[in-house]
Design a protein around this ligand. Structure first.
Ligand code: GLN
Length: 531
C-alpha cells in the first residue's frame, strides 16, 4: 500500500480537493484501487453543525456521516462510496484520544500530541487503506500549511513517511502562482514561502502543483524547482480550464499521473479515460441551454448547493445541454419587492432545494404553485418536497393554512410533522434522519420509469415527514405518493401525473449523482426542461 499526501499553501479555496480528486481519477483510470481520505482540522466532530453559508454545503454519505463537500468531489470523480472513516476531523481524533484516556488505556503516562495523537492518525489512515483494499491511499490535508489546526496532522504524515520508507509516501503541495497584471509576470514568491513553511515541519514535497490562470512558464518553473528543492519536471501547471471535470486532463498534459507512479515505483499501466473525455467535451460544447430557477435561503453562496449544481452538470453532460442557474431570493417575493411572474417568466424549470427554518418559505410555496399551475417542470428536494405537499394541501385540497410544524407549530393542518423518533432528541449534532434509506417505488410511476427499477436507495438529512393523517386527502385530490419506505409508513417520493414534470423527494438524490451516472430525477427533470 502506498500513500499520497496532498497539502495546500498560500491560501484556501485553491481547488486542492479538485487536484486530489483528479489525481485519484487518473490513478484509477490506470487500474489502481484508490481510497481518498480528507482530514479536516476543525474541532467539530462532523460538518453537520456548521453553517453552509460559511463552510459550504454539508455533504451526506450513505452511512449518515455529515461531512465536508470535498468528500462529494471524491465520490463524483472516483465513483466510490465513502464513509465516516474517510473523513477524520480534529473532533473525531481528539474524541478518540480522550475516550481512551478516560478508559485508562494510557495508564501511567502523560497523553501527548506526539506520540498519542499522531499515533491515532497514522493508525486511522492505515486502517482505512487496509479495509478498503487500497493500492494507493490519497490523503488531503484540509486548510493551509501554517495553520495550527492541521499541524499535528502534517506531523503524523511526516512520521508515516519515516516508517513506510522512501517511495511509499509521496508529498504533493498545491500552491498559488499569482500573475501581476501590470507586468504580466508569474510570481513564485508565495510558493517559495509556503514550501519553506512545509520544510520547517520536516516535509519535503515531491511535487509542487501550481494553481495559475494560464500555463506556467519555464522561467518560474525553474525558479520554483530551485528554491523548493523539487525536480523541475515535478513542478506541475494546474492552469484554469472550463470545468472541474477537465482538471485531470490539464494535470496529465505534463504526465502527472505517470510521474507520480514512477516516484511510487509502481508500474505505469494504460489509462482509460475515453468516456470521461466525451462527457467533458459535452460540458464544454453544449448544444442547448436552459434556465433553471433555484430558490433558497443560502442563495448568496452557490457553494451551499454544490451537489445540486454538479447534478445538473452531470445530467447536462449526458443530454448535451447546459443548465444556467438563476438563484431566487424568495423573501423578495414575500415582501413584494419582486413579482413572481416577473421572476419566473424566463425560466424553464424550478427547483426548491433542502432548507431549514421559516425564512422565505411563503415565497417558495408561491414558486411551487406557479410551477404547478403553469405546467413548468418542478423538482422538490427534501424541504422542496415538503413545501410541495403544503402547497398542494392549501391550494388544491383547500386545507387553508396547512403547514409544517417546523415553521408553524400551531397550524390547523400539520401536513408535515416531526418524525415520532425525533421528538425525544435534544442534541443537535448527528441526530437527524441521516444517510441512505431504501424506498419502494410505485409500478408505472414517473419515478420508477426514471430509475428503471422499483427499489431505490437515496440519502436523507431531515427531521420532518409527511403526516400520515393527510395522505388520503392529498391522494384523493391527485397527488401521487409514488415512493414509500419499505414498511409503507414514510412518504419518500411524490408526483403529479398530468404535469410536464412535477416530482419531489424527501431524499437528496443530488448526493449520489456522478458524472458517469447522473441522478435519475435530475436527468428526467432536465430532459423535461429541454422540451
Ligand atoms: N427542514 C426540513 C426537515 O428537517 C427539511 C430538511 C432538508 O431539506 N434537508 O425535515
Amino acid at each position: 500500500m502506498k500513500f499520497i499526501v496532498v497539502t495546500g499553501g498560500v491560501l484556501s479555496g485553491l481547488g486542492k480537493g479538485i487536484v486530489t480528486s483528479s489525481l485519484g481519477k487518473l490513478l484509477k483510470a490506470r487500474g489502481y484501487n484508490v481510497t481518498p481520505i480528507k482530514f479536516d482540522g476543525y474541532l467539530n466532530v462532523d460538518a453537520g453543525t456548521m453553517n453552509p453559508l460559511r463552510h459550504g454545503e454539508v455533504f451526506v454519505l450513505d452511512d449518515g456521516t455529515e461531512c465536508d463537500m470535498d468528500l462529494g468531489n471524491y465520490e463524483r470523480f472516483l465513483d466510490v462510496t465513502m464513509n465516516y472513516y474517510n473523513n477524520p476531523t480534529g473532533g473525531k481524533i481528539f474524541n478518540l484520544v480522550l475516550k481512551k484516556e478516560r478508559r485508562g488505556e494510557y495508564l501511567g503516562v502523560d497523553v501527548q500530541f506526539i506520540p498519542h495523537v499522531t499515533g491515532e492518525i497514522k493508525e486511522w489512515v492505515r486502517k482505512v487503506g487496509k479495509e478498503s483494499n487500497a493500492d494507493i491511499v490519497i490523503i488531503e490535508v484540509g486548510g493551509t500549511i501554517g495553520d495550527i489546526e492541521n499541524s499535528y496532522f502534517v506531523e503524523a504524515m511526516r512520521q508515516l513517511k519515516l516508517e513506510e520508507g522512501e517511495n511509499n509516501v509521496l508529498f504533493i503541495h498545491v500552491t498559488l502562482v499569482p500573475i501581476l497584471k501590470v507586468v504580466g509576470e508569474q510570481k513564485t514568491k508565495p510558493t517559495q514561502a509556503s514550501v519553506r513553511e512545509l520544510l520547517h515541519m520536516g516535509v519535503q514535497p515531491d511535487f509542487v502543483v501550481c494553481r495559475i490562470e494560464e500555463p506556467l512558464k519555464d522561467g518560474p518553473r525553474r525558479k520554483i524547482a530551485l528554491y523548493c528543492n523539487v525536480k523541475e519536471s515535478n513542478v506541475i501547471s494546474d492552469h484554469d480550464c472550463k470545468t472541474i471535470y477537465e482538471v485531470p486532463f490539464v494535470l496529465d498534459e505534463e504526465n502527472f499521473s505517470e510521474k507520480v507512479l514512477n516516484e511510487l515505483q509502481l508500474p505505469v499501466r494504460e489509462k482509460h479515460m475515453e468516456d470521461w473525455s466525451k462527457l467533458v467535451d459535452n460540458i464544454k460544447n453544449p448544444e442547448k441551454e436552459v434556465t433553471i430557477a433555484i430558490t433558497g435561503k443560502y442563495t448568496a453562496l452557490a457553494d451551499s448547493y454544490v451537489s445540486i449544481k454538479e447534478a445538473l452538470i452531470h445530467s447536462g453532460a449526458h443530454l448535451k445541454a447546459k443548465a444556467n442557474i438563476k438563484w431566487i431570493e424568495t423573501t423578495d417575493i414575500e415582501n413584494g419587492k419582486a413579482s413572481i411572474a416577473d421572476v419566473l417568466k424566463d425560466v424553464d424549470g424550478i427547483i426548491v432545494p433542502g432548507g431549514f427554518g421559516s425564512r422565505g418559505t411563503e415565497g417558495k410555496i408561491k414558486c411551487i404553485q406557479y410551477a404547478r399551475e403553469n405546467n413548468i417542470p418542478y423538482l422538490g428536494l427534501c424541504f422542496g418536497f415538503q413545501m410541495a405537499v403544503i402547497e398542494f394541501a392549501r391550494n388544491v385540497c383547500g386545507l387553508e393554512g396547512a403547514h409544517s410544524t417546523e415553521i408553524e407549530p400551531n397550524t390547523k393542518y400539520p401536513v408535515i410533522d416531526i418524525i415520532p423518533e425525533q421528538k425525544e432528541i435534544d442534541e443537535k449534532g448527528g441526530t437527524m434522519r441521516l444517510g441512505a434509506y431504501p424506498a419502494i417505488l410505485k409500478e408505472g410511476s414517473i419515478v420508477a420509469s426514471l430509475y428503471g427499477k422499483t427499489e431505490v436507495s437515496e440519502r436523507h438529512r431531515h427531521r420532518y415527514e409527511v403526516n400520515p393523517d393527510y395522505i388520503e386527502i392529498l391522494e384523493k385530490h391527485g397527488l401521487v405518493f409514488s415512493g414509500r419506505s419499505p414498511d409503507g409508513k414514510l412518504m419518500e417520493f411524490l408526483e403529479i401525473p398530468d404535469h410536464k414534470f412535477f416530482v419531489g423527494t424527501q431524499a437528496h438524490p443530488e448526493f449520489k449523482s456522478r458524472l458517469d451516472s447522473p441522478a435519475p430525477l435530475f436527468y428526467g427533470f432536465l430532459k423535461a426542461c429541454l422540451k
